[in-house]
Design a protein around this ligand. Structure first.
Ligand SMILES: Nc1nc2c(ncn2[C@@H]2O[C@H](COP(=O)(O)OP(=O)(O)OP(=O)(O)O)[C@@H](O)[C@H]2O)c(=O)[nH]1
Ligand SMILES: [Mg+2]
Length: 315
């Protein structure tokens, strides 16, 4: 026997990777949680409900696990075509995800427990189902516990108590979600955190600013599309159109002598500059696209999918 020490090369454990979908009612904190999990602000957040209209992808890569998080629009009882597209975007991901996380707002425990939509997610789901009882930093302890018990009993979920805003419970939740994923090579390069193009995030930041600066129905009536994005110019030139439903809304967005649209443009441009790390010239136009929220043809033009697009029964 040789006295040389033997080099023991332990086989490195395999990696895991997969998709985790966040679903929940509007305003539960899904987008806040996505940003916290990825460590970057990818998904827009506001105190108003129904902020997220399209699914946002955020990628977390650890030493052995890559988790692709999908932040979806809030589940509600759809009243127009845009809401139908939103609910569809959320539910279509549930069936084929590697794991589903239902995000619950503990400050609205009763509404959560009465939501037929969430019960539906629990029933539709075959694979691992998790629930995050969120906002424990501000919710009553007894509401947190009631909601946790409900999610365990009614949804059959593994329950975590978290504050997406302050970070409480997030590491444990991320580890648990990672442990539910299948063995797989990483699906994206390790340094990649997003999968959508920059112009998507630019449009979202403009929309977030509309949510901050305008009231009542304006945020919900404003669709943002990027018409031109010239990266080869300095400053980068971006032209965006804000489509509103009625001409009275156009007047409000523009404001007296253009004051409102100038302020919107200024704040949105600063956000976009932080995102792209370069000076930006942002040009905003407002157009009326009558009743676009109710029109499938308008929504499809801007890339939304409706449930009937796949020949499925309308939800
Ligand atoms: N106190 C507290 N507030 C939170 C927490 N998580 C989210 N919020 C707040 O809740 C509000 C809604 O957060 P979002 O992340 O936009 O919620 P969402 O589920 O993505 O909402 P939709 O996009 O409308 O479906 C924002 O004002 C957040 O700051 C939390 O853990 N604690
Ligand atoms: Mg959201």
């Amino acid at each position: 026997m040789s006295s040389e020490p033997k080099a023991i090369v332990a086989p490195s454990p395999p990696t895991v990777a997969g998709y985790v979908v966040f679903v929940g009612r509007p305003n539960a904190g899904k987008s806040t949680l996505l940003n916290a999990m990825v460590g970057e602000k990818l998904s827009i957040v506001s105190p108003l409900a129904q902020t997220t209209w399209r699914t946002v992808t955020g990628i977390y890569t650890g030493p052995r696990a890559q988790i692709v998080f999908l932040d979806t629009p809030g589940l509600l009882d759809a009243r127009d075509q845009l809401q139908r597209a939103m609910v569809h975007a959320a539910l279509e991901r549930v069936a084929d995800a590697d794991a589903v996380l239902v995000v619950l707002d503990a400050t609205r425990a009763r509404e959560e427990m009465e939501s037929g939509r969430l019960a539906e997610v629990g029933r539709a789901r075959r694979g691992p189902l998790f629930a995050a009882v969120n906002k424990i930093d501000v919710a009553e302890e007894r509401d947190v516990e009631a909601l946790a018990r409900w999610a365990e009993a009614e949804l059959g979920a593994h329950v975590h108590r978290i504050s997406a805003l302050l970070g409480a419970g997030l590491l444990k939740l991320r580890d648990a979600l990672g442990a539910a994923l299948p063995e797989s090579p990483f699906l994206f390069p390790a340094e990649q955190i997003a999968s959508q193009p920059l112009r998507f995030f630019v449009a979202e930041l403009i929309r977030e600013t509309v949510f901050e600066q305008f009231r009542q129905e304006i945020p919900y009536s404003t669709l943002c599309s990027i018409e031109e994005y010239a990266e080869d110019r300095s400053p980068i030139y971006i032209r965006a159109t804000l489509h509103v439903e009625r001409s009275s809304q156009k007047g409000i967005l523009i404001g007296e002598r253009g004051r409102a649209i100038r302020e919107l443009g200024r704040v949105a441009r600063e956000k976009v500059e932080r995102l792209v790390g370069e000076p930006v010239f942002l040009e905003l136009w407002v157009k009326v696209l009558a009743g676009w929220r109710r029109k499938g043809s308008c929504l499809r033009r801007f890339g939304f999918q409706l449930p009937d697009d796949h020949g499925r029964a309308a939800r």
